[in-house]
Design a protein. Structure first.
Length: 95
């Protein structure tokens, strides 16, 4: 299974993911996300893509609106970062 790297609360994590996961789902057991269930509604899964941005689609207008409202326009929402095109070990996320 491919692996995703993440930095959360000063700790480096490495988690397995499937091709149908997004970043929020892949890190769900390790990170305390919000309550919208990945519907791009609460912005609690804000993260920074430190490596591998090229493997994700650009943010939608809805995602950009939420990020601007949170004052973090250069961040991303984990629920919107589909891992289908991300190669093993090439993505690093900071939460």
């Amino acid at each position: 299974m491919p692996k995703l790297r993440a930095l959360y609360r000063g700790k480096e994590l490495e988690v397995d993911y499937s091709g149908t996961d997004n970043v929020m789902i892949a890190l769900y057991d390790d990170v305390d996300w919000g309550t919208c269930g990945g519907s791009c509604a609460c912005a609690s899964c804000i993260c920074i893509v430190q490596e591998g941005e090229e493997y994700f689609d650009p943010p939608s207008e809805e995602e950009l609106d939420l990020l601007h409202a949170e004052g973090r326009p250069s961040s991303r929402l984990g629920c919107q970062l589909d891992l289908a095109n991300a190669p093993d070990g090439k993505v690093k996320i900071k939460i």
